[in-house]
Design a protein. Structure first.
Ligand SMILES: C[S@@+](CC[C@H](N)C(=O)[O-])C[C@H]1O[C@@H](n2cnc3c(N)ncnc32)[C@H](O)[C@@H]1O
Length: 260
């Protein structure tokens, strides 16, 4: 389980953000800082929202934030179609239309956003308190937009460990689909990971408990589990899927409940 202590602190970029930064610092058990650290991860709280930043030893700075309401991600999600998006086909959206999907590894919410835009009702689960804070900030900014966001009303965010949540959800309402996108294995050769993956790996490391998550997901989903993997990677926990949808760099492995 990642520790919120992995961040050096929380920096209010402007005076107006100090109270928000203080509240967040209390919640995460982190300290408030007055300037960006020379090295390491920190949260920056500014007018444009909350971002997670990584200062590298070479003093480069990388930053990520959850963008649901604007930017490239929102543009892509806004122009997505159920047949055009491999993730939507893998989740069965073109065939079944609206579905109840649990995104058990929410991250920055991009996959969940696409699914919600295409009509799915999506519960997002995220166990890292730092990533959860970024997501809440993304939701908050999106909800303050003027245009109607029917897709946002279809998204529900829950903090906590998905393995635990999935094991208990059968008593409430079983999701038709559980979607998993655990941290990719660390690359040992080839291209360096992108900025987002560098930051996520610095905060969270790579998944070593994805096998138990897959097991809980397969027990919870009434129709299927969809696992996002790098195109060339081994199947998660060595479990072969029933079929695969292969994209340029990503693959979606589909485990059907009815075939078990
Ligand atoms: C690669 S990221 C997911 C990216 C996401 N699909 C997106 O579109 O932004 C993986 C995320 O899953 C979360 N995660 C991994 N295992 C989890 C678990 N058992 N319960 C909840 N969250 C988990 C990690 O904290 C991390 O934020």
């Amino acid at each position: 389980m990642p520790k919120p202590g992995a961040i050096v602190g929380i920096l209010p970029i402007v005076a107006e953000c100090r109270a928000t930064a203080q509240g967040l610092a209390r919640r995460l058990g982190a300290k408030l800082i007055d300037s960006s650290p020379t090295e390491g991860l920190y949260l920056a709280c500014g007018i444009e929202g909350l971002s997670l930043r990584l200062r590298t030893v070479r003093r480069r700075e990388l930053a990520i934030r959850a963008e649901l309401g604007g930017g490239r991600q929102a543009y892509r999600a806004g122009h997505a179609s159920p047949r055009g998006e491999a993730i939507a086909r893998a989740c069965g959206l073109p065939r079944y239309g609206s579905r109840y999907v649990v995104d058990a590894t929410a991250g920055l919410g991009r996959d969940a956003h696409i699914l919600a835009r295409l009509g799915a009702r999506v519960t997002l689960l995220e166990r890292s308190p730092v990533i959860l804070a970024l997501l809440e900030d993304g939701f908050d900014r999106a909800s303050r937009q003027t245009q109607s966001l029917d897709w946002l009303a279809r998204m529900r965010l829950i903090g906590g460990d998905a393995t635990v949540w999935l094991r208990s959800c059968a008593t409430v309402q079983r999701p038709e689909v559980v979607f998993l996108d655990p941290m990719y294995p660390r690359q040992t050769k080839g291209a360096a990971p992108g900025k987002e993956m560098q930051i996520l790996q610095a905060l969270l490391g790579t998944a070593d408990d994805a096998g138990s998550l897959l097991q809980a997901a397969r027990a919870a989903a009434s129709d299927r589990v969809v696992v996002k993997r790098p195109r060339q990677a081994e199947p998660l926990a060595g479990e072969s899927p029933h079929y695969r949808i292969i994209g340029r760099s990503t693959r979606f492995d589909v485990y059907l409940h009815s075939c078990e």
